[in-house]
Design a protein. Structure first.
Length: 478
């Protein structure tokens, strides 16, 4: 698998490693703050948003600035960040060996624990045995609910809620990947839920008159065993409804876990495909906001670009050596940070995920694959609508060499590089690769329109996506 270099060569062929000379895993992708950089121009400390300052031609800063020829798409006096409020109360216990603290951490939030995990996951057997024993040793009463399947269904959550009520659980512990953690959150919220239909907790849907989001939940503790969804550090759970053919979100502050234990060693035994899916899912959470959001913040873009670069640099290492501790640590923390709100303040739109959820519900592809099938075609469609953002992606994230290439060629090369990265990780990037044909596109479009389109008949994005545009994107995905 192609490993992206940690150095740059500028247009003249000179090494520009000065731009981010940091230890392995560092991501300072440019000394000069990106701005409208032209010949002899760059940015200097103290400039206000939208201002440019002249740097001496040939100076180190000017060479670095020229290496990254971006426009920051500033909004002038309108500001660069959308107004937002931020709150995240999750306590993180991170590090190799952190799992051994499960008993003490869990005992701090309850006495009767419902432990949630997969129905059949041999790679987790020993970890689950260790975890349950720790809880017992800490004096807790433990009941297990090992019935979770990928893309958890609300009917299964209902069974977990009934069990939690029967044993009078006072906390819920999830040990597993995103499906497990989402299930644990939904069970914790469902125990006190007053409505008769748990699907009404799902508040990302059109029939809003039936939506009653949960207001309280049992305290939860999450132990992710896959670096992917970031559910351990956010207030969201994703559920599916088999009969309705839908997959959507529960959003509520009561879903924030009390504590999350992040032990990268728990990911050492993952099958390669799960590791790859986790990395692609992590990137998607940031890339979706990066490409489709409205914010123009220097800090936000640098954060997003650095996070995507970190995954791109470390996923090949984890696939080559599953016990590469550095790579596993980077991937695990990236997964949490990608969707805990830091990378997307005020810009919560997830149009590619809306399409992916329909692909999962209709065609049973896993979550990361559903995104891998859509992202390259989405990028190819929007590259002429938002060329500056895609140019930044190509140069800063995909490390495209600009030598003797036009901006359009650089953008195309960036999209191709991303597609190759996903394919080399082992995921398909075209709908036809998973058996989806032209005849399937109409029903897929109908479901996206029914579930996710706004009142104006558009998929919320920046810019909004019309039905005809979405049809074109799906056709490009075949």
């Amino acid at each position: 698998m192609h490993a992206f270099p940690r150095h740059h060569v500028d247009e003249s062929g000179r090494d520009a490693t000065i731009a981010h000379r940091l230890p392995r895993g560092g991501h300072r992708l440019g000394v000069a703050t990106p701005t409208a950089i032209r010949s002899g121009q760059g940015s200097v400390p103290g400039r206000r948003s939208g201002q440019s300052a002249v740097l001496p031609t040939g100076s180190p800063l000017e060479r670095v600035a020229r290496t990254f020829q971006f426009s920051n798409e500033h909004l002038g006096n309108e500001g660069s960040l959308r107004p937002f409020e931020y709150h995240n109360p999750v306590r993180i216990v991170f590090g190799a060996g952190a799992f051994k603290r499960l008993g003490d951490e869990a005992a701090a939030i309850g006495n009767k624990a419902l432990v949630v995990s997969y129905a059949d996951e041999p790679a987790l057997t020993k970890s689950l045995q260790r975890g349950v024993q720790q809880l017992v040793d800490s004096g807790m009463q433990v009941t297990t609910f090992f019935q979770v399947q990928p893309n958890p269904e609300v009917q299964m959550v209902q069974r977990g809620v009934e069990l939690a009520r029967d044993i009078a659980a006072d906390c819920v512990i999830g040990i597993g990947g995103g499906s497990v953690m989402d299930t644990a959150k939904a069970i914790a919220a469902g125990v006190d839920y007053q409505g008769s239909d748990l699907w009404n907790m799902v508040n990302s849907r059109h029939d809003q008159d039936q939506v009653v989001p949960p207001q309280s939940a049992l305290p939860t503790l999450m132990v992710p065993t896959l670096a992917a969804t970031g559910s351990e550090m956010n207030n969201c759970a994703v559920l599916s409804h088999r009969e309705r053919g839908e997959k959507s979100y529960i959003w509520s502050d009561c879903l924030f876990p009390r504590t999350a234990i992040l032990d990268p060693r728990l990911t050492y035994t993952l099958p390669p495909l799960q590791t790859a899916c986790g990395g692609v899912d992590t990137i998607s959470h940031v890339m979706e906001i990066y490409l489709n959001g409205q914010d123009q913040s220097d800090l936000l873009h640098a954060w997003q670009e650095g996070l995507m670069r970190t995954v791109i640099e470390n996923l090949p290492a984890a696939l080559a050596d599953p016990r590469d501790r550095h790579a596993r640590e980077e991937l695990m923390w990236c997964a949490s940070c990608a969707i805990n709100g830091w990378a997307s303040p005020g810009d919560p739109w997830t149009p590619m995920h809306q399409i992916g959820h329909v692909l999962t519900a209709r065609h049973q592809v896993n979550h990361a694959t559903s995104l891998a099938l859509v992202m390259p075609a989405w990028m190819d469609f929007f590259k002429t609508i938002k060329p500056e953002r895609y140019f930044r992606l190509a140069r800063r994230v995909m490390q495209v060499d600009p030598h003797r290439r036009t901006r359009e060629q650089i953008i195309d090369q960036g999209i191709d590089a991303f597609r190759q990265f996903v394919e080399q990780a082992g995921l398909p990037t075209r709908l036809s690769q998973v058996g989806i044909t032209q005849d399937d596109l109409g029903p897929i479009l109908d479901d996206v329109r029914r579930i996710s389109f706004n009142a104006r008949g558009q998929l919320t994005c920046n810019p909004a996506v019309t039905e005809q545009q979405l049809t074109t994107i799906l056709e490009k995905s075949l």
